[in-house]
Design a protein around this ligand. Structure first.
Ligand SMILES: CC(C)(COP(=O)(O)OP(=O)(O)OC[C@H]1O[C@@H](n2cnc3c(N)ncnc32)[C@H](O)[C@@H]1OP(=O)(O)O)[C@@H](O)C(=O)NCCC(=O)NCCS
Length: 341
């Protein structure tokens, strides 16, 4: 069997049952930056335009002394507390981020130490798909028997890598972190179907050029702002609508289910228009779609994890609930999972 679904040219869907999400947690920095505040700092940024074109009303920014690890330590700690889990029983930490504290050591190692975990820990870079990638990696380890209790944390400080003078990107992004603990579950729990993919030919739609090994920082690069992310908003938008609806369709078809068999849709929170356009095609009632981007903007890897935690804490998820979780972004990369709770 090839790895590709010949009907779609995308990597085929797979299934991974017998795993469960034991608990969730999230953390958002305290500082709320409203559209009005942004407009004061950046007069060419139109608050009404933002609401109309994206749905975003405010976002959170990390305090000057907070880095990605600080956000992840807090969401991880809340996740452990919610599950009444002793840190010593966690045996794997997967941390998804594109804004690590430093190139190395891994942000995962900083978080492992702070949380008092005694386990392997590594960073995973998959843009806004990072949480879904991490969830699938953790579920795979649990199913393979190489982990009994895996902690997945997704966190980003996007305010640190976007240009505060660029009205086209800075207002869209925010800082935050979400976490889940994955353990063995009932045979009918887990990843009913999931798909993940990568298309590096679209890498120039969303990237951060400087400060890696190809373009180490120089005064000239910093002067030119090459350490800030660059995005072709229109290009990403068009791609995102298609990949979100197509991959949801892929997992539903693979599972033999229809859109109305899903209790809740928890997509990456980039833009309300992306979410609505993708889910309207599938005739998904808006009442089943979770959004929090109006409060947090796009928190990159963290967004679906934060939304999942808020949804669980609101009591909207019960044993047997079917959820669609999805992420899409830089890479280009994507991941969509049909999860049975
Ligand atoms: C970024 C995005 C909101 C822009 O919406 P759009 O309708 O495509 O708008 P455009 O980029 O074509 O810009 C239209 C105009 O609005 C302006 N504009 C952009 N941001 C603005 C703001 N905050 N305030 C006022 N005007 C703004 C642009 O400068 C442009 O004006 P111009 O033609 O004079 O240059 C949209 O493309 C999008 O959401 N893309 C995906 C972004 C994303 O979330 N990516 C993350 C990875 S998933």
């Amino acid at each position: 069997m090839t790895s590709e679904n010949p009907a779609t040219n995308r990597p085929r869907c797979r299934s991974l049952m017998g795993v469960r999400i034991l608990s969730t947690g999230s953390y958002l920095p305290e500082k709320i930056v409203t559209n009005a505040v942004l407009q004061e700092q950046m007069p060419e940024c139109d608050s009404e335009w933002l609401v109309k074109q994206t749905g975003i009303r405010e976002r959170r920014h990390a305090a000057p002394d907070q880095a990605t690890s600080d956000l992840c330590i807090e969401s991880g700690r809340r996740c452990l507390e919610a599950g009444l889990i002793d840190p010593s029983s966690v045996d794997l930490l997967v941390l998804a981020t594109v804004t690590p504290d430093m190139s190395f050591p891994a942000t995962a190692s900083i978080v492992q130490n702070a949380l008092g975990l005694n386990c392997p820990a590594f960073d995973l870079s998959a843009g806004c798909s990072g949480f879904i990638y991490g969830l699938v990696m953790a579920a795979s380890a649990v199913r393979a028997g190489t982990s009994d209790l895996a902690l997945v944390i997704a966190g980003d400080c996007m305010s640190r890598v976007s240009n505060p003078k660029d009205r086209k990107t800075f207002p869209l992004l925010g800082d935050g972190s979400g976490a889940v603990l994955v353990a063995a579950g009932r045979p009918d729990q887990g990843l009913v179907s999931y798909c993940m993919g990568s298309d590096g030919s679209g890498g120039d739609l969303l990237y951060r050029k400087a400060c890696g090994s190809r373009f180490p920082p120089t005064p000239e690069l910093l002067e030119a702002g090459a350490h800030y992310l660059v995005m072709d908003g229109r290009g990403v938008f068009t791609w995102a609508v298609t990949i979100l609806s197509d991959t949801i369709n892929d997992v539903l078809t693979d599972a033999g289910l229809g859109p109305l068999d899903i209790d809740l849709y928890i997509p990456h929170q980039a833009n309300r228009r992306i979410i609505n356009a993708a889910l309207d095609v599938l005739h998904v009632p808006r009442s089943r779609v979770i959004t929090n981007l109006e409060r947090y903007g796009n928190t990159s890897a963290a967004s679906a994890a934060i939304a999942l935690d808020e949804t669980r804490r609101a009591g909207l998820i019960a044993s047997g609930s079917r959820l669609i979780l999805s992420g899409y972004g830089a890479g280009l990369s994507w991941g969509t999972a049909l999860w049975k709770w």
